[in-house]
Design a protein around this ligand. Structure first.
Ligand code: NAD
Ligand code: GLY
Length: 368
């Protein structure tokens, strides 16, 4: 990969504001680390896949700022986003006698980022942490905005906390080692920003999706930057999801049902979200909010990104019933009623309930 100009997107949250630095080779650039929280020790949390690729490089950089930099290596995968893995972080923090100033660094994808952030929110009732995302999905979504947590067997991301990072460093060069399937998963969360907030961006994505699949530097820089700008705009208005922020969950209600229903890790989070967006768009159509041409347009883009567009069967006997059962556990549900993020006129999203019969029709139409 060649270079493209680095940039910074600010997240404006008063005293919890922070910058997102985006560019190639940032890990080794001193400027991006200028605002690090001061402390004697840092703990770098990563996983078995990312550790051999980037942990020593980041540790070397951090040793110019901290006297001790301990590395914690977690097992890799969505199936390990659990209490047990979280406890490995707490074990290390306590064994190293880490104090309240200790800074945690999350080096990896969304799984490492969500768990490290949650550990930082809990350890001694809160220590600072920094996100160094190394998947496309984490760079455009999960590292930004302060949602942290773990999965529960009964529901995804059901245990967690809001805890904003002090800094996000997106080194786009780390994506060179990312498997193609993971690149596609990241594209799902990028595509999401079009229909919910910026149809011009969706048009740009339609023109540039092959370049993004190939991680072409200029296209990649623009897509990561625009995604972070939109997320910063949403989170800046509604940090704790009392309203607007829910639109970032477009496709996630169906998607989380797919992930939990198949078993965590069978489909990647981004794959489930991609397919979930097709289902949520179809629901929007059936509610009379968008036309079939828009649904087809979005479906085509998702498919061109290398993502599944047909939902999996979760129960041979009552598939739609199983989707409904899983979706009732969604965090947006109220008093047992599922609230879906729907497209309410292209480029604009809203939360809506829908009759079970209609949801059943959508699931039946979208699953194999
Ligand atoms: P992930 O963290 O499992 O990473 C995907 C895979 O890529 C893993 O095997 C990982 O080890 C590997 N990997 C990471 N960086 C690599 C690199 N540079 N080169 C090679 N391999 C690399 O998955 P993800 O897609 O990054 O994140 C998904 C998670 O993020 C889900 O748990 C989801 O719930 C969460 N999420 C959270 C938010 C939020 O706001 N907090 C938003 C979206 C998603
Ligand atoms: N990814 C959804 C959110 O950050 O709110």
């Amino acid at each position: 990969m060649t270079s493209a100009l680095p940039c910074t997107v600010p997240i404006a949250l008063g005293e919890r504001s922070y910058p997102i630095h985006i560019g190639f080779g940032l890990m080794e650039q001193a400027e991006v680390w200028g605002d690090l929280p001061r402390a004697a020790a840092a703990v770098l949390v990563t996983n078995t896949t990312v550790a051999p690729l980037y942990a020593q490089r980041l540790q070397r950089v951090l040793l110019t700022y901290y006297r001790h930099v301990h590395i914690v290596v977690l097992p890799d995968g969505e199936a390990f986003k659990t209490w047990n893995s979280l406890n490995l972080i707490f074990d290390a923090l306590l064994e190293q006698a880490c104090d309240r100033q200790t800074v945690l660094f999350a080096l990896g994808g969304g799984v490492v980022g969500d768990m490290t952030g949650f550990a930082a929110a809990c350890y001694m009732r809160g220590v600072p942490f920094v996100q160094v995302p190394t998947t496309l999905l984490a760079q455009v979504d999960s590292s930004v905005g302060g949602k942290t947590g773990i999965n529960h067997p009964l529901g995804k991301n059901m245990v967690g906390a809001f805890h904003q990072p002090a800094l996000v460093v997106c080194d786009l060069a780390t994506l060179a080692s990312l498997p193609a399937r993971e690149v596609s998963a990241g594209l799902a969360e990028i595509i999401k920003y079009g229909p919910i907030a910026d149809m011009e961006f969706m048009g740009w994505l339609e023109l540039n999706i092959p370049q993004l699949v190939d991680l072409e530097p200029q296209a990649l820089s623009h897509a990561v930057r625009r995604s972070c700008e939109i997320k910063a705009w949403v989170v800046g208005q509604d940090e704790r999801e009392s309203g607007l922020r829910a639109i970032l969950n477009f496709g996630h209600t169906f998607g989380h049902a797919i992930e939990a229903g198949l078993g965590y890790g069978q489909w990647l989070h981004g794959e489930a979200v991609g397919c979930g967006m097709v289902m949520a768009a179809r629901l929007s159509q059936d509610l009379g909010l968008v036309d079939g041409a828009f649904v087809q347009r979005l479906r085509t883009l998702i498919e061109r990104a290398g993502l599944p567009v047909v939902g999996p069967v979760l129960d041979e006997n009552d598939n739609a019933g199983r989707y409904l059962q899983l979706m009732r556990q969604d965090k947006k549900s109220q008093a047992g009623a599922i609230r879906f993020v729907v497209i309410d006129g292209v480029g604009c999203a809203a939360l809506r309930e829908a009759p079970d019969a209609l949801v059943r029709r959508v699931v039946d139409a979208c699953c194999q």
